[in-house]
Design a protein around this ligand. Structure first.
Ligand code: ZN
Length: 192
């Protein structure tokens, strides 16, 4: 749970630290606004993937399931700046499937925390392996990090891509290629 009083205090200090006057009109309510915003942005700490992935249905067949373009917003733990983009999740069921909206909820659970993109991608995959026990999972996350693009280290709009494979996806390049084919593009990715 976010301690709103502590966040307010910290924001007041931060404003002073950057040479601002926390009492001036435009900033008066900023600590309070930010404290309330953080309650929403950090809600993932009070959530667990099991809350969303435990309700499963019997699979009619065990063909690949792909949910593309799951939009997410997260916050990098190194700079506390937003990173945001899309997650693409594929899995091959082992008799059990989950409602597609639940995959998006699972992404939210991990995105609404201080994060590292690589870690978030792996956490989602591991949670799915744990809860759904599928034959395999493959996840691609493409995101823009404001800590890089807003500071001019990288060009605006440039993306970081992470890929995680678990189970049958790990060794099977044919399955990985099928995933990219269904995605319609193959991003330049770092293996995690
Ligand atoms: Zn960062």
């Amino acid at each position: 749970m976010v301690d709103q009083e502590k966040v307010k205090e910290a924001v007041r200090l931060l404003l002073e630290g950057i040479g601002e006057d926390p009492e001036r009109e435009g900033l008066k309510d900023t600590p309070d606004r930010i404290a309330r915003m953080y309650t929403e942005l950090m809600a993932g700490y009070d959530d667990a993937p099991a809350n969303h992935l435990s309700r499963t249905f019997t699979a009619e067949n065990n063909e690949m399931v792909l949910e593309k373009d799951i939009v997410f917003y997260s916050m990098c733990e190194h700079h506390m700046m937003p990173f945001f983009g899309k997650a693409h999740i594929a899995y091959i069921p082992n008799g059990k499937v989950v409602g597609l909206s639940k995959l998006a909820r699972c992404v939210e659970t991990y995105a609404r925390r201080l994060q590292i993109q690589e870690k978030m991608t792996a956490e989602i995959a591991d949670a799915m392996m744990e809860e759904l026990k599928p034959q395999g999972v493959m996840i691609v996350v493409e995101a823009e990090h404001l800590c890089m693009t807003a500071r001019g280290v990288k060009k605006p709009g440039s993306k970081t891509t992470t890929v995680v494979t678990r189970g049958v996806f790990k060794e099977d390049e044919r399955l990985q290629d099928l995933f990219f084919k269904l995605l319609n593009h193959k991003p330049e990715a770092e293996e995690v």
